[in-house]
Design a protein around this ligand. Structure first.
Ligand code: PGA
Length: 252
């Protein structure tokens, strides 16, 4: 069964005091649990992960990291390893977010290494991809998305995709208030699913969840999520307010 997932990427927002409040509010709102095929994930900053993982352990909220380093351990000042995450009860990691690609120079090749390290350590990966505005304007969006997905993921064996969630995030729609239309999202999601059909067959392609991210808010979530190949959302700004995030969760 393909899972419906709403994930909140808190980015560099919320100190511990603020994270405590938001987690408390979310737990209260979601205390009745979730439908079996539904998942809710939050991704606070590294410093708040331990707290978040502990506090949500018995709830229906799962916790993800926003990034990790590909090496096991060693002299990588300022970095965090997969083992450090699983050791504190974090079992999901977001990789390939466009902000990591743009501001921290993360390439498809590096992301392939990070994906391997995450999977080898038993982490589930939310893998982000998406085109820049100029790619869309020049009509290159399909080529860009295809290349990002293939370079970072298509070296993997079929069974690896049990632990991979995809997130299509057109860069021009992130934090801009401009959302892809439901049709634009559906078009790319269907295109990506078809890439999986060709490479790995129908079963894998059907089972993989593809989230949409980019200015999702309570007012547009339902329409975007109604598309057949959109299996949920990766939410930035609107994940920082419990009320908005819960409305988005309810609209799936
Ligand atoms: P946004 O961010 O919802 O604030 O546009 C989405 C994301 O970057 O994951």
């Amino acid at each position: 069964m393909r899972q419906k997932i709403v994930a909140g990427n808190w980015k560099m927002n919320k100190n511990l005091d603020e994270a405590k409040v938001l987690i408390k509010e979310l737990k209260k709102e979601l205390k009745d649990g979730l439908r079996e095929d539904k998942r809710v994930v939050i991704a606070p900053s590294f410093v708040n992960l331990h707290y978040a993982a502990k506090k949500t352990k018995k709830s229906s909220i799962e916790v993800a990291a926003q990034n990790m380093h590909q090496a096991k351990s060693g002299a990588f000042t300022g970095e965090v390893s997969a083992d450090m995450l699983t050791n504190i009860g974090v079992n999901i990691v977001i990789l390939g977010h466009s902000e990591r690609r743009e501001y921290f120079g993360e390439t498809d090749e590096l992301l392939a290494e990070k994906v391997d390290a995450a999977l080898a350590n038993g982490l589930e990966v939310i893998f982000c991809f998406g085109e820049l505005l100029e790619d869309r304007k020049s009509g290159n969006h399909f080529t860009v998305v295809e290349s990002q997905v293939k370079k970072a993921l298509f070296h993997l064996k079929e069974e690896a995709f049990k632990n991979i969630i995809l997130a299509y995030e057109p860069v021009w729609a992130i934090g801009t208030g401009e959302t892809a239309t439901p049709e634009q999202a559906q078009e790319i999601h269907a295109f990506v699913r078809e890439l999986f059909v060709k490479e790995y067959g129908n079963k894998t392609a059907d089972a993989i969840s593809i989230l949409y991210g980019g200015s999702v808010k309570p007012s547009n979530a339902e329409e975007i999520f109604s598309k057949p190949d959109v299996d949920g959302g990766l939410i930035g700004g609107a994940a920082l307010k419990a009320e908005d995030f819960v409305l988005i969760i309810k609209s799936i």
